[in-house]
Design a protein around this ligand. Structure first.
Ligand code: AMP
Length: 357
């Protein structure tokens, strides 16, 4: 596909805050955006030219969507792979492709893929029954995190288990679905690399951020991440390998645990713009949303030089209801336009520039 001229239409599968921020970046570059997302008036649809309110496996609606978009991307990883395959079979260009989606939808497939391409993870065992959970627990030294293979996010669908616990209850708690047991990684720090790969295979990686979680939900991302140039270079190389091996076109994020001795272990990947990259528009020459739009439109990637040190903080639930005047000068506020401030729900974020880089 040759580079899309401004004025073309980009379709986004998914209608949450990531789609909304992608749509704003696309608008700035002169594109129109259509959103495909089930539900009445999702956040992204309210800043887009068109909204297809249909289920992700509604092939007729997908065909109509494809007929009205010049390229299609996605903003969350739980789009059925068959739907992307269907779009491709209707001659739609979908970037990133099905491979990145397939790998990131299933924690077992993801870890096996990462290991196969030389990216180490913590130890893990597949679990499909209480008996297997018991064996897995023994194999991993009597303690671990039981996680559903699919559909988990923000710490949901996971429970910590130890030998001697009621394993029946633990497996029921995650719904009794196919799962994995992960060994607890004794990390000193969590970081992520947000990287873009263009249609021509060129990559640009943002500086990794240091990520802090509360109750399994990302609370704060800070750049620079405070680690040595050696660790940073290794982290970037892992993200580059992942982007190339998936043939990814667009932005992806690789979350990494950093051990005391600087060893890196991958936690998971996201085949999309990422919460831990929300500081980039305010701190870098090109932000992650613009970079993703550039990549899927077949444009050259922008420079990712970081001009500021920055701290991004998520606003969860009612935190987003504080009046904007409560933020110190120099803080950039982004609200996602969600109508219901449920506890723990990501409602917005702030980016504070903490100094010149
Ligand atoms: P996840 O949804 O799998 O990314 O997990 C959310 C957070 O839980 C991670 O960012 C870590 O802080 C923590 N966590 C997840 N898996 C592990 C693990 N295997 N060992 C230690 N901490 C973990």
């Amino acid at each position: 596909m040759s580079p899309l001229p401004a004025g073309s239409t980009i379709g986004i599968l998914g209608g949450g805050q990531l789609g909304r921020m992608l749509a704003s970046a696309a608008a700035q570059l002169g594109f129109d955006v259509n959103i495909f997302c089930p539900g009445d008036s999702p956040p992204a649809a309210r800043v887009a030219a068109g909204h297809w309110d249909a289920d992700y496996d509604d092939h007729t609606a997908l065909e109509d969507f494809a007929a009205n978009c010049d390229v299609i991307t996605y903003e969350f990883e739980n789009i059925p792979v068959a739907s992307v395959a269907h779009l491709v079979s209707c001659s739609a260009t979908v970037r990133p492709g099905a491979k990145s989606l397939e790998v990131s939808q299933d924690r077992l497939a993801e870890k096996q893929f990462l290991n196969a391409i030389g990216i180490e993870t913590g130890r893990f065992e597949p679990v499909e029954s209480v008996g297997q959970l018991e064996t897995a627990l023994q194999a991993l030294g009597g303690e671990g995190l039981l996680k559903t293979r699919r559909d988990g996010y923000d710490g949901k669908g996971q429970v910590r288990v130890r030998s001697g616990d009621d394993l029946d209850a633990a497996y029921k708690e995650i719904g009794g679905v196919p799962a994995i047991l992960e060994a607890l990684v004794p990390f000193e720090r969590e970081i992520s690399v947000v990287i873009a790969r263009g249609a021509d295979g060129e990559t640009t990686a943002f500086d990794p951020s240091h990520n802090e979680h509360e109750n399994g939900i990302l609370k704060r991302s800070t750049a620079p991440c405070g680690l040595s140039q050696d660790v940073i270079a290794r982290a970037r190389r892992l993200a580059e390998t992942l982007a190339h091996e998936t043939g990814h076109v667009g932005v992806l994020a690789l979350e990494l645990f950093v051990l005391k001795d600087g060893t890196l272990r991958a936690n998971e990947m996201a085949p999309r713009v990422h919460n831990s990259g929300h500081w980039t528009p305010e701190a870098c020459a090109t932000g992650q949303f613009e970079q993703h739009i550039r990549a899927v439109a077949g444009w050259p990637l922008g420079p990712v030089t970081r001009h500021f040190d920055a701290e991004m903080e998520n606003l969860l639930g009612e935190e987003a209801l504080a009046p904007p005047t409560a933020y110190p000068e120099g803080t950039v506020l982004t609200l996602y336009g969600k109508r219901d401030a449920k506890p723990g729900r990501k409602m917005g974020h702030t980016v504070r520039r903490t100094g010149a880089a």
